[in-house]
Write a protein that binds this ligand. Structure first.
Ligand code: OAD
Length: 256
């Protein structure tokens, strides 16, 4: 792992990004932090500080108290809708455009459920943990995108089945990740020659495993995070900066 200065790492990474055949990116809550959406673990104000995930973010919690769980998720959904993409989201959308314009491949894998990448214009988004913006019927599995106002009742009845409820289309602890998302992330991690890990504590699997998979398949890894993570040693470049500062700088440093 290089001990280059941040500027040297930014310039070197910008050059590698301009030449890469296939860029894969894994984002975590840190990328949405500058949009005002709280992360899970990294600060004392983290979301997990207010509640024990086992009491709200599991299928059993929803089965036991669907009203409380759906009310809490609707509160977070409205927060995500009220948030705006930040400079990190916008820089990643620009990086994708530039990569595709030179016939490179680009895959954005996200653990985030806020859809801010899509709102910033990213096209190839793989949602490993689903989306809080969409909700689905507990009986039929059919999805709906509720309007940008509080749900009318808790727990929300399903419009698709008389006995159904609506639940957020996110992955809860203990649930399987969407198969198509895992397959897309797996393929990109194996095929890419450059892998950016941005704003994730790299402690939740299988998501963090894609960093290791890319590295094991010969990709060079860059980690953009103010803090070190358990997978920092896999990174050829570590940029200890906020994503909303580092990413615009990296894109600006790319050769035209
Ligand atoms: P975490 O809250 O675990 O980690 C956030 C990471 O972002 C930390 O490493 C911070 O250092 C870093 N960070 C904070 N502010 C940043 C900034 N402005 N720019 C860049 N990095 C910043 O969030 P995740 O790693 O995304 O899963 O958590 C992974 C999963 O755990 C989530 O997707 C969620 C949770 O359980 C499910 O809900 C299934």
């Amino acid at each position: 792992m290089s001990h280059a200065t941040t500027d040297e790492s930014v310039r070197a990474l910008a050059g590698a990004l301009a030449r890469a055949r296939h860029i894969a990116v894994l984002t975590g809550a840190g990328v949405s932090a500058e949009s005002g959406i709280r992360t899970f673990r990294d600060t004392m104000e983290g979301l997990w500080k207010e509640f024990d995930p086992a009491t709200l973010a599991t299928p059993r919690a929803f089965a036991r108290d669907p009203g409380t769980v759906s009310r809490w998720y609707d509160h977070r959904r409205l927060g995500c809708l009220a948030a705006e993409p930040n400079a990190a989201h916008n820089a990643l959308a620009e990086l994708e455009r530039r990569t595709l314009a030179r016939a490179g491949r680009f895959t954005l894998i996200t653990q985030n459920v806020d859809r801010l990448h899509q709102r910033a214009g990213s096209r190839s988004v793989v949602e490993l943990h689903g989306s809080i913006i969409e909700w689905r019927c507990t009986i039929t599995g059919r999805r709906t995108t509720p309007p940008a106002k509080p749900l009318p009742a808790f727990p929300p009845p399903s419009p698709f089945h008389p006995e159904g409820l609506l639940r957020p289309d996110v992955v809860w602890f203990g649930e399987m990740l969407p198969e198509s998302a895992v397959e897309a992330a797996d393929e990109a991690a194996r095929a890419c020659d450059l892998f950016l890990s941005i704003g994730t504590s790299s402690v939740v699997y299988p998501a963090a495993g894609f960093i290791e998979l890319a590295h094991d398949h010969g990709a060079r890894v860059a980690e953009i995070n103010p803090d070190a993570t358990p997978l920092s040693s896999r990174a050829a470049w570590t940029i200890r900066e906020k994503a909303g500062v580092a990413l615009p700088g990296i894109v600006a440093a790319m050769p035209a």
